[in-house]
Design a protein around this ligand. Structure first.
Ligand SMILES: NC(=O)c1ccc[n+]([C@@H]2O[C@H](COP(=O)([O-])OP(=O)(O)OC[C@H]3O[C@@H](n4cnc5c(N)ncnc54)[C@H](O)[C@@H]3O)[C@@H](O)[C@H]2O)c1
Length: 339
C-alpha cells in the first residue's frame, strides 16, 4: 500500500516514521504547504516523496491518506480523500462537529472505505491493561473516572483546550467503559488570553450513576497526566508521567454497613494491598498503524473507527454548548439535545 501523510508539523512526522516501519507500506508521500516542514522530512526520511499540493496527493496513487493538519481542516480533507477512493486516517479530534463526522461515516460506508481515528492512547500498554482489568471484573462496577491533563500547552488557533486535550481522556473513557451511556455534560472554562478556553473542567454523567470528570489546562506550570478509575471492588491510578509503574491498583474501598438508625451511618474502610501490573512498552502508534492496515486487509472496522471519533466529538460539542449556555447539556445516543 502507498500512504500519503498530509500535514508534517508536530505530529505528522511520527505518522511518517510508523508507516515507513510497516512491512506492507511500499511508498510514503508527505505533503505540507510549508517548505521548512518538507525539508525537515527530507533530512530525516530521505525515501519519502514530498509535495506541497494536497490535491495532487488526493489524486495520486495512495491507498491511504493520513490527515495530520489542524482540526478545522480535517473534514474537507477527509471528504476529498474518501471521494477520491482512499481509506483515511484522521487525527483526533475527528471533526469540528458531529454532523461532519456523520457525513464522513456515511460516505465511507457507501464506498466501503475505512476510517481510522487516531485515538492514540487506546493503543498504549497502560490503557490496554486498564481495559483488561476492568473487563475481567478486577475493579468491580466502575463508579467514577477522574482525569487531569495539564501543562504549559501549545495554544491552538482553531480549537480550545478541551478540543485539544480532552479527546485523549474521552476516548480512553469510552474505550474502557463500553456500554455505559453518557447522559449529560456539564462544562466550565475560562479564556484568559484570547477567545479560546485555556482551562476547563468537564463533568460527564452516565445513566447508571457513574460519573466522570476531566480537568484540562494549557496554563499549568507543571505537567500532570493522571487518571483515577474507581470501582466497587478496587481502584486504580494511572500516571502517564511515570516511566515505570504507570498503573497502580489499590485494594481499597468503602462499604456502607446496614444500620437501624439513619444517624448511625457506618462507613467501613478497606485499605489493602497495592500492586503495579506489568504493561507492554510497544509504541502506541506502531500498534495503531498495524491495526489500521489489518482492518483494511480484513475488511472490518478498526478498533478506533469513525464511530468512536463521532462519540468523542458529540461530547466535545456538548462541552461548547454547556460553556456557552452555562448549563448542563443532555446528550442522546445520536444527537446533542440539550436546547
Ligand atoms: N494523536 C495524538 O496524540 C496527537 C498529538 C498531537 C497532535 N495531534 C493532532 O494532529 C493534528 C495536527 O496537529 P499538529 O500539532 O501536528 O499541528 P501543526 O500545526 O504542528 O502541524 C500541522 C501542519 O499541517 C500543515 N498544513 C495545514 N494546512 C495545510 C494544507 N492546506 N496543505 C498542506 N499542509 C497544510 C501546516 O503547514 C503544518 O505544518 C491535530 O488534529 C492534532 O489534534 C494528535
Amino acid at each position: 500500500m502507498n500512504v500519503g501523510v498530509l500535514g508534517l508539523g508536530y505530529w505528522g512526522p511520527n505518522l511518517i516514521r510508523n508507516f515507513l516501519g510497516h512491512p506492507e507500506i511500499e511508498k510514503v508521500i508527505g505533503c505540507d504547504k510549508k517548505e521548512d516542514r518538507r525539508n525537515f522530512i527530507k533530512s530525516r526520511f530521505p525515501s519519502v516523496e514530498l509535495t506541497d499540493n494536497a490535491s495532487e496527493l488526493m489524486e495520486g496513487d495512495c491507498d491511504i491518506i493520513a490527515i495530520a493538519t489542524p482540526v478545522n481542516t480535517h473534514y474537507d480533507f477527509a471528504k476529498d480523500a474518501l471521494e477520491a477512493g482512499k481509506h483515511i486516517w484522521v487525527e483526533k479530534p475527528f471533526t469540528s462537529n458531529s454532523a461532519q463526522a456523520e457525513e464522513l461515516i456515511d460516505i465511507a460506508q457507501k464506498k466501503n472505505l475505512k476510517i481510522f481515528v487516531d485515538h492514540t492512547f487506546i493503543y498504549t500498554g497502560a490503557v490496554r491493561k486498564i481495559k483488561e482489568l476492568i473487563d475481567k471484573g478486577e475493579l468491580g462496577d466502575i463508579i467514577y473516572f477522574d482525569s487531569v491533563r495539564i501543562n504549559l500547552g501549545l495554544f491552538q488557533n482553531d480549537v480550545n483546550v478541551i478540543w485539544d486535550l480532552a479527546p485523549h481522556d474521552l476516548s480512553i473513557m469510552n474505550y474502557i467503559l463500553p456500554g455505559k451511556i453518557a447522559k449529560s455534560v456539564d462544562a466550565d472554562g475560562i479564556a484568559n488570553f484570547y477567545n479560546k478556553e485555556n482551562i476547563a473542567h468537564i463533568s460527564v454523567h452516565f445513566e447508571d450513576n457513574c460519573f466522570a470528570h476531566f480537568h484540562v489546562n494549557w496554563t499549568s506550570p507543571v505537567k500532570i497526566r493522571k487518571m483515577i478509575v474507581g470501582g466497587t471492588k478496587k481502584m486504580l491510578v494511572y500516571d502517564d508521567m511515570e516511566n515505570f509503574e504507570k498503573i497502580k491498583v489499590y485494594d481499597s474501598g468503602i462499604e456502607m454497613k446496614a444500620r437501624e438508625n439513619i444517624h448511625e451511618a457506618l462507613a467501613q474502610y478497606r485499605i489493602g494491598d497495592m500492586y503495579s501490573p506489568k504493561i507492554t512498552q510497544t509504541e502506541a502508534l506502531n500498534l495503531a498503524v498495524n491495526e489500521f492496515i489489518e482492518s483494511i486487509n480484513e475488511d472490518r472496522m478498526p478498533l478506533t473507527s469513525g464511530k468512536d471519533g463521532l462519540d468523542v466529538v458529540r461530547i466535545l460539542e456538548a462541552t461548547d454548548k454547556s460553556i456557552n449556555k452555562g448549563k448542563q447539556i443532555q446528550i442522546g445516543s445520536t444527537v446533542v439535545i440539550g436546547e
